[in-house]
Each structure stands twice: as C-alpha cells, then as structure tokens.
Design a protein around this ligand. Structure first.
Ligand code: PEP
Length: 255
C-alpha cells in the first residue's frame, strides 16, 4: 500500500516567530496519522532547526526543505548542502519546484545530481513536475511532464524509488486559485504512473506516491484525493494557516 502524504511548502514566507506559532497550531490540531499517512512541513532554511525541534518525537510528521545544492560542500556562497539538511533533522527535500526552475534557472541535469545527493544522505525526495499554460493549451502536457521525469528523476535505479515522491504541479494552477479538475489531475497522475511502469515495472510504479499541487485547499482537497492515482498534496498558500492546512490533512486521512 503506498503512502498518502500532505506536504506544506511555505516558500519565502513567515518570520521565525510566525513559523513557530504555525507549527504549534498544526501539531495541536493534527489528526491521528500512521505509517501510511504522513505530513511534511517544508519551511525555509533558517526555520528548519526550529521546525525539527518542534516536531521532535512526533510520529509521522516530518521536517522538509524546499531545495538543496548539487555539490556536497565547498565554495558555493549562499547554498545549502544535503548533508547539512540531514544533520538539521530534515526527512524530505522538495526538488525541481517550478519556481526554482523558472526564477533560478534550475536544469534537469542539476536536479538529477541533487536527487542523488538527497537520497545518498538518507532523506526522501519530493520531485516536482508540471507544465506551463501554453503547453497545456497546445495539448502537449503529457510529453512535457514525461521529459521532466525522464531527465531529472528516472536515472535512479529501481531500488531507490521507494524513497521518492512525485508532485505534479501544473504551473497554471500554482498560486492562481485555478485548480486542475479532478479529471485533469487523475489523467496526468495516471500518465506519470504509466511512464514509471514503463521504466521500472508496474510493481515499483504502484508504490510511488504522486501528490497533486496547485491551489489545493480544504474545499477541494477531498475530491482531488479521492482520485485513484492522487496520493495527497503539495500545498503552498493553504499551508500558511494551521486551520486550512489541517483541513487538507484531514481530507488525506479520510481519503
Ligand atoms: C506550490 O507552490 O507548491 C503550490 C502548490 O502552491 P499553491 O498551493 O499556493 O498553489
């Protein structure tokens, strides 16, 4: 049985004090989780040790990071390595978010290297993929997403895929209030699973969680999570309020 996961991506938001209050609120209202139902809080780098401390000893809720660099250590001013994240208490690392690809020019080659470092440091990867609006309008979104996965992620051996989570995030739905329909989400998630099955076989493909991201909120989470191949969500805006985030977590638990 594959895991269901709700991961909050705070992006570049919240002071340390606001972050501490948000984590406390989430922990306070958290429903019962299990080995198959995880929650991740991906706070900004400076928050991570604080978030990890607040989550210490709590079961099935984990500290995440929003990125990491593709070198192990050295003269890379301003960057953060996988081993630093691991030592700070991070369990999941988001890689290839569309904002990273778009504003910081991250390439598939860089992401492939980062994936290796994250896994080799004993953390799990949440690998993001998703098409811009013009690709969706042109009807070529399946090929676009497949290329992102084949270039950035599917170089891994099958043995490492158990540490991978995929997040499908159509760029036109991120922060826009425009959510993919359940049909659009399910169609793409099924396509991603079919490509994975082609590379790794059906057994591996059946175990990798695929999260949906893009204007997911308490009011639409249940219908999205009811789709056969949607295994939870990567949440931006709605991860910044405990009540909203908990509403989405509850939808995942109930799914
Ligand atoms: C995201 O950026 O990962 C995201 C899904 O954002 P939002 O939920 O705000 O659309």
């Amino acid at each position: 049985m594959r895991k269901k996961i709700v991961a909050g991506n705070w992006k570049m938001n919240l002071t340390m004090q606001e972050g501490a209050a948000l984590v406390a609120g989430i922990v306070d209202g958290l429903p019962v989780l299990s080995d198959n139902k995880h929650v991740v809080i991906a706070s900004p780098f400076v928050h991570i040790t604080q978030t990890a401390k607040q989550l210490e000893g709590k079961e099935y809720i984990y500290t995440g990071a929003q990125n990491c660099y593709q070198e192990s250590a050295g003269a890379y001013t301003g960057e953060v390595s996988a081993s630093m994240l691991k030592s700070a208490g991070v369990a999941y690392v988001i890689l290839g978010h569309s904002e990273r690809r778009q504003y910081f020019g991250e390439t598939s080659e860089q992401l492939a290297a980062r994936v290796h470092l994250v896994l080799n440091n004993g953390m799990k990867v949440i690998f993001c993929c998703g098409e811009p609006l013009e690709i969706r309008d042109a009807g070529t979104e399946n090929a676009w997403v497949e290329t992102q996965l084949r270039e950035g992620l599917f170089h891994l051996p099958a043995s490492q895929m158990e540490h991978v989570v995929i997040a499908y995030e159509p760029i036109w739905a991120i922060g826009t209030g425009r959510t993919a329909s359940t049909e659009q989400a399910q169609q793409m998630h099924a396509h991603i699973r079919a490509v994975m099955a082609d590379v790794y076989g059906a057994d591996v493909a059946a175990t990798v969680p695929i999260l949906y991201g893009g204007s997911c909120k308490p009011s639409n989470a249940a219908e999205l999570f009811a789709c056969a191949d949607v295994d939870g969500g990567l949440i931006g805006g709605a991860a910044l309020k405990a009540e909203d985030f908990l509403g989405i977590v509850q939808a995942m638990v109930d799914a």
